[in-house]
Design a protein around this ligand. Structure first.
Ligand code: UTP
Length: 289
């Protein structure tokens, strides 16, 4: 029996420089896909996977996210008064139960590993999930839920992976694969952003992790890695002799909403998947040169 995953960390303290000026004041996780901010998609995916405690590691714009996941009394009262049931339901549904969502500040964007380390009090010795909201996965069954199923089978550390073209390995954490059954790949290591010629495989990590609390031991040391940042993949690599590491080829399509192309493509894909929007969206797109 593996220790269940009840907690999730959402690192949302990056600078989002690829989305300036949109992210001058607003964190990129508040960017909207159709009618919902990225952070809400991620929180809902975690809820669907059975997570019931959430921590957001924030930088700028913290209050926007706090307000988003809180009750909006005035707005809710007006919607109720006007009989706007659907809208009211959409607004009310956002808020997790009181006390289930907390916030901590990263203070300085020293890297993803550092952001996760900032949540150490919340993690408190339990296995935990990490979701990067700018990686959005469109899937019949949520990506984290698929990972929780795999975790029940093999335990240890699990990362969501997909194959990338070899020329792009220097953008991702790449697994050094020992065994691969086509769904789960057992890794003997992981390398952050290797040059294509040095990459041990083309299996890249996307922003979903299930991790054991031991990864924090490495993060406690504050060692910097690729790009001068404190890297989460280095912490995972550091535990690989003691804790099995698997990559799950999840079912679904991942959009990198931290890039303009991925963000626009996600908007089109998520709108097209909605019954009430599909035909009009397609007609609009056909009309664009
Ligand atoms: P990115 O590598 O996409 O960096 O971070 P970024 O700063 O958000 O965006 P760009 O490259 O400047 O456009 C991946 C994830 O890790 C979080 C980000 O918020 C994002 O979810 N992160 C990154 C932190 O929370 N803290 C950090 O110090 C770095």
């Amino acid at each position: 029996m593996v220790n269940p995953v009840r907690k999730a960390v959402f690192p949302v303290a990056g600078l989002g420089t690829r989305f300036l000026p949109a992210t001058k004041v607003m964190p990129k996780e508040m960017l909207t896909i159709v009618d919902k901010p990225l952070i809400q998609y991620a929180v809902e995916e975690a809820m669907d996977a059975g997570i019931d405690e959430f921590v957001l590691v924030t930088g700028r714009g913290k209050h926007l996210m706090e307000d988003h996941f809180d009750h909006a009394y005035e707005l809710e009262a007006i919607l109720a008064e006007r009989g706007k049931e659907l809208e009211l339901e959409a607004v009310e549904r956002v808020a997790p139960d009181p006390g289930k969502m907390s916030y901590t500040r990263q203070r300085r964007p020293l890297g993803l590993g550092h952001a996760v380390w900032c949540a150490r009090q919340f993690i408190a010795g339990e296995p935990f999930a990490v979701l990067l909201p700018d990686d959005l996965v469109q899937a019949d069954q949520g990506c984290l839920r698929q990972m929780v199923t795999a975790y029940g089978e093999v335990g240890g550390n699990i990362v969501a992976v997909e194959d990338v073209p070899r020329e792009h390995t220097d953008r991702y954490g790449i697994l050094d694969v020992a065994e691969d059954d086509g769904r789960l790949a057992r890794a003997r290591g992981v390398v952050e952003k290797p040059a294509p010629s040095d990459a041990p495989s083309t299996l890249s990590i996307i922003g979903r992790y299930i991790l054991q609390p031991e990864v924090l031991e490495y993060l406690n040391r504050h060692e910097t890695g690729a790009g001068g940042e404190i890297q989460l993949t280095d912490a995972i690599e550091n535990t690989v002799m003691d804790i099995p590491l698997h990559g799950l080829r999840f079912k679904g399509r991942r959009f990198d909403c931290g890039t303009k192309i991925g963000f626009v493509a996600a908007n089109v894909a998520f709108a097209s998947a909605r019954e009430e929007l599909r035909s009009e969206i397609r007609a609009e797109l056909l009309g664009i040169d």
